[in-house]
Design a protein around this ligand. Structure first.
Ligand code: C2E
Ligand code: MG
Ligand code: MG
Ligand code: MG
Length: 303
């Protein structure tokens, strides 16, 4: 209860801070426990060729199950995991999960799709994580299938990433992808110094792109620069037909990821009957191109 006196207010303040600290400790403990008990799973979201609907690659997106069995999206725990130094272990668990599920992954998405793993910028700059991680990727026997997704911050902050770590991954044939491009701190000119195979344009530029001339301009600039630098461009977070139609009509961007094509998929949802898995694959890859052809012409405006 809050009293009117200054002293009372101080007491109130103390106890609320205490409650906050207790709540935080509880979140920390449950995160530690979830990782310790391996209560996690991966959802896989395809990267598709806009024109053919073929799956070019998949991205592993981690989820945790809390004490009540409720699945938590990474937004609720990744930053904390980084802060608490638990993220390295979690990333190795993600890799182990991929290796364990590789047959089902191949059957569902294809044998030559790339497999992307997200790595936090802090991990990317840390050789003590990245060296053993590179070894673990090599030990799978199929390092060339993998891509590592890192946000642009990892490329601009002065760390060991660019000079020391990137060459190791390059040598293994592991692809490098710049995630969430456009919302970090790098300028377009910083792109020129980055050696990556793929650049993923952040969803914030893609949302309602058909209605936003400024985003369209930015998109064109990123597209030209990426082409000049030999990087594959992926549009993140396509949700609507109109967004897709714009990309097809007004850009040369060939690959996309987004709920419009597929939400992240849990492999266990496909497991019970193997035929289901091939069915899911068929629905991803062979949707008639006709169905989604944009009614939008390259010269602008709707047909
Ligand atoms: P991200 O790597 O940029 O992944 C894309 C996020 O956008 C995913 O959220 C995905 O479910 C969501 N998404 C995809 N398409 C759409 C769409 O059309 N509309 C909307 N609204 N959202 C879409 P998710 O799975 O919640 O992951 C959030 C972030 O957590 C990821 O962003 C990534 O930065 C991080 N993350 C996920 N798994 C890992 C991991 O294993 N390690 C690390 N370090 N970070 C991870
Ligand atoms: Mg990603
Ligand atoms: Mg992203
Ligand atoms: Mg994003």
């Amino acid at each position: 209860r809050v009293k009117n006196s200054g002293r009372g207010a101080a007491v109130f303040f103390d106890s609320s801070m205490e409650r906050e600290a207790q709540a935080r400790t509880k979140v920390e403990q449950s995160l530690r426990l979830a990782i310790l008990e391996k209560r996690f799973c991966c959802a896989f979201q395809p990267k598709v060729d806009i024109r053919t609907r073929e799956v070019k690659g998949i991205e592993a997106l981690v989820r945790l199950k809390d004490d009540e069995g409720v699945i938590q999206a990474p937004g609720t725990f990744i930053n904390l995991a980084v802060e608490l130094g638990l993220i390295d272990e979690l990333t190795h668990l993600v890799l182990a999960e991929i290796v364990k599920s590789i047959d089902l992954i191949n059957e569902t998405f294809g044998h030559d799709t790339t497999i992307s793993i997200n790595v936090a910028a802090k991990q990317a700059g840390n050789p003590e994580f990245m060296r053993p991680f590179a070894q673990a990727l090599e030990a799978t026997g199929f390092p060339k299938r993998f891509m590592v997704e890192v946000t642009e911050d990892a490329f601009v902050t002065k760390t060991h990433f660019q000079d020391e770590i990137l060459p190791i991954f390059r040598k293994l044939g592991v692809g490098i992808s710049i995630d969430d491009f456009g919302i970090g701190y790098s300028s377009l000119s910083a792109l020129a110094d980055i050696t990556a195979d793929e650049i993923k344009i952040d969803r914030s530029f893609i949302t309602d792109i058909h209605k936003r001339p400024r985003s369209q301009g930015i998109l064109r600039a990123i597209e030209s620069l990426s082409e000049a630098l030999g990087m594959t461009v992926i549009a993140e977070g396509i949700e609507t037909y109109e967004e897709l139609a714009y990309l097809q009509a007004a850009t040369r961007i060939r690959y996309a990821q987004g709920f419009y094509f597929s939400k992240p998929i849990f492999l266990e949802d496909l497991k019970p009957a193997t035929p289901l898995a091939s069915e899911a694959r068929a629905s991803l890859t062979s949707r008639p191109a006709q169905e989604n052809r944009p009614a939008y012409s390259r010269s602008g405006g709707y047909r």
